[in-house]
Design a protein around this ligand. Structure first.
Ligand code: MV4
Length: 501
């Protein structure tokens, strides 16, 4: 029986996991790096252990230090969250060896799905549709050329150890095959230490739709329907929604069954996600399986009515699932907006800094999962995701109106962020129509990036709010501190111009 969980993560997901543990009467242990001494997950957990310097490699990726914290705190389980060590088979293996429950799948499931050629083969054998392409890895240029002649151009050359867009090359012309093959191989070798590649037919303008699955240690496997994740930029998702506006009930059932078959094929345990690409005729193809809890899991929680973290913990505890496939239903519509500390006007550069002011939206149908508070310094070492807005409505229209209302209430000063950009997305005609593809951001960039007077005014108000905080500070500052503040204050010149100083 799990009584104490160490959360091997930081930020909003660490806080979110601790919340479910608390509701279950489970004690919680946070771990933190130098940069995270004052982080919200540290304040929120029952205990906290320092695990190293700020760079992830020395702290949140340091297996020895995390295991040491688990032993010292006598935690009986570790939840890895997402990112960091969540899909590292050596970490889940180490937990098992140490007699600590890893809240996630087996090392075998993690490593099989981490290798895209193996994953592709296993899925094909299980009858899950995969994109037409190679059976195994490409051994030579001649094999690449003959394979491509069979499946037809355009194709994608993909790294077997890749995923999330790394080590991919799109080939349109036969003359580019050799150079693309070499480029994909060397990129894969550098990034993953493994130069195995495979080839797939390129699916033009696809939708990215993923299915949530849960599997227990008693052979029960269910799916919790889909999430539409096509709004993304450079493989970073921005907005997700469920149900997908393009799926029919029939297709949803078919894909759900395929997702369950996929999970069974790897003898999966825990929460997982099957990613599909879907073309305009609703043909769907397995892309990858993510063997972790995902950032966008709350929209599934809202529409299906489950707490996925609680389910993960019950499963890890060896309990049989009580959820039954035929009792699960999608209720209404949910949308998640990811709030990043980044500057859309400066090529989406990460924008770390001190949060001087924050207004969080409340009210009917609104959930905010975050880890920021006024005064917190957002470190530059980690992912720039700082909060997630999850909105529910009885149907898609209500969810859209409510998302707009909540985004208007949301204010963050002190760090550049994408709140305005998110508002633009949900106002875009293609988004409202609902049949958008993975090219949506690229195809709508003019509309999404346009300047208008109203937005300028809103931003000025945020800047002035931040300026008031700044004035409070300089009143108390010595001349030396004052100079430091001015040099430090990124928006100093902008504020001077807004206030016509
Ligand atoms: C594809 C594809 C089209 N055809 N494979 C991108 C990340 C990696 N997981 C696989 N990806 C893609 N694979 C074939 N055969 C298009 C993409 C793709 C994509 C997929 C999902 C979400 C966003 C994407 C953005 C660009 C390309």
């Amino acid at each position: 029986m799990i009584k104490k969980v160490l959360v091997a993560n930081r930020g909003e997901i660490a806080v979110r996991i601790i919340r479910s543990c608390r509701e279950m009467g489970i004690r919680t242990v946070a771990v933190y790096s130098d940069a995270d001494r004052k982080a919200m997950h540290v304040l929120y957990a029952d205990e906290a252990f320092h695990i190293g310097p700020s760079p992830s490699i020395d702290s949140y990726l340091n297996i020895d230090n995390i295991i040491r914290a688990a032993r010292l705190s006598k935690a009986d389980a570790i939840h890895p969250g997402y990112g960091f060590l969540s899909e590292n088979p050596a970490f889940s293996e180490r937990c098992i060896k140490e007699g600590i429950i890893f809240i996630g799948p087996s090392p075998h499931a993690i490593s099989s799905m981490g290798d895209k050629i193996t994953a592709r083969k296993m899925m094909q054998d299980a009858g899950v549709p995969v994109v037409p392409g190679t059976g195994g890895k490409i051994e030579s240029e001649a094999e690449a050329v003959s394979t491509i002649r069979e499946i037809g151009l355009p194709v994608m050359i993909k790294a077997s150890a890749g995923g999330g867009g790394k080590g991919m090359r799109l080939v349109y012309h036969e003359k580019d095959i050799k150079s693309s093959l070499r480029a994909a191989r060397s990129e894969a070798k550098t990034a993953f230490g493994n130069d195995a590649v495979f080839i797939e037919k390129y699916i033009q303008s696809p939708h990215h739709i993923e299915f949530q699955v849960l599997a227990d240690s008693h052979g029960n496997v269910i799916h919790l329907f889909e999430r539409e994740c096509s709004v993304q930029r450079r493989h970073q998702k921005i907005i997700e929604e469920t149900p997908s506006p393009i799926l029919t009930q029939e297709k949803r059932e078919e894909m759900g069954n395929a997702a369950v078959a996929a999970a069974r094929a790897v003898d999966y345990q825990g929460a997982g996600t099957i990613e599909f690409i879907v073309d305009k005729d609703l043909n769907y193809y397995f892309l990858e399986m993510n063997t972790r809890l995902q950032v966008e899991h709350p929209i599934t929680e809202r529409v299906v009515g489950v707490d996925l973290v609680k389910e993960q913990i019950h499963i890890a505890d060896g309990k049989p699932m009580t959820l039954k496939q035929d009792e699960l239903k999608q209720h209404g519509h949910a949308i998640e907006c990811r709030i990043y500390a980044e500057d859309p006007e400066n090529n989406f550069m990460p924008a770390p800094g001190k949060v001087t002011h924050i207004d969080i939206p409340y009210g009917v149908g609104v959930r905010v999962d975050g880890s920021i508070y006024e005064g917190i310094e957002i470190p530059l070492y980690y992912d720039p995701l700082i909060a997630k807005l999850i909105v529910w409505g009885k149907d898609r229209n209500e969810a859209l109106d409510r998302t707009q209302r909540a985004l208007q209430e949301f204010k963050i000063a002190g760090v550049r962020n994408n709140l305005k950009f998110l508002e633009r997305i949900i106002q875009a005609e293609d988004f409202i129509k609902g049949d958008y593809t993975t090219h949506f951001i690229e195809q709508n960039k003019e509309f999404l990036m346009r300047e208008d007077a109203c937005d300028q005014l809103c931003e000025d108000i945020v800047i002035i709010t931040a300026f008031i905080e700044y004035l409070k500070k300089i009143e108390k500052a010595s001349p030396k501190e004052m100079t430091a503040l001015k040099n430090n204050w990124k928006d100093y010149n902008r504020i001077r111009s807004v206030l016509k100083l």
